[in-house]
Design a binder for this molecule. Sequence first.
Ligand code: IMP
Ligand code: MG
Length: 175
Amino acid sequence: MKHPQQHEVLITKEDIEKHVRRLAEEISRDYRDKYPLMVGILKGSFVFLSDLIRSLEIPVEVDFVRICSYGHRKVTSGNVKMVQGLRSKVKDRDVIIVDDIVDTGLATNHLINHLRKKGPTSIKVCALLDKPSRRKITIPIDYRGIVIPDKFVVGYGLDYDERYRDLPYICALED
Ligand code: IMP
Ligand code: MG
């Protein structure tokens, strides 16, 4: 074990791969002959995004934003702030936001509103995990990976206090 504590494996490596392939097929089909700009939300989405783009059958441009939410470590406070923005041109582009998890929805919503002002042709959201039980704002998830229960999860890019991002599967942490 890379990490000493035992955790309940919620989603195996094989399951993640299966869903990443499915999402990549959906995106490749919908964006055939297009060149979308994929915007990953750091840090959590970097593992998912890197697997996703390698499964795509279309070319994409990749950029990142970094959004911080301030509050207790396992709970979003509601104060979200973009601490690193995009360098790419968004005007007249098809943009796909790539998120590790949509929890309250506040971070994704913040990014959608920010991008809308820049005049893109379209904005879609792709999220590996959806935790609908804690949603505070409705987010249209166009490409949805796996719906999970109200548990705090780590691995495959997701952290608790910056740990566990390196796990190849997703675990639920005990309280
Ligand atoms: P939001 O609550 O939808 O705004 O989610 C903001 C961010 O909180 C996500 O992109 C994740 O990085 C983080 N987050 C939310 N739920 C979890 C979780 O269960 N484990 C690890 N990080 C999470
Ligand atoms: Mg985090």
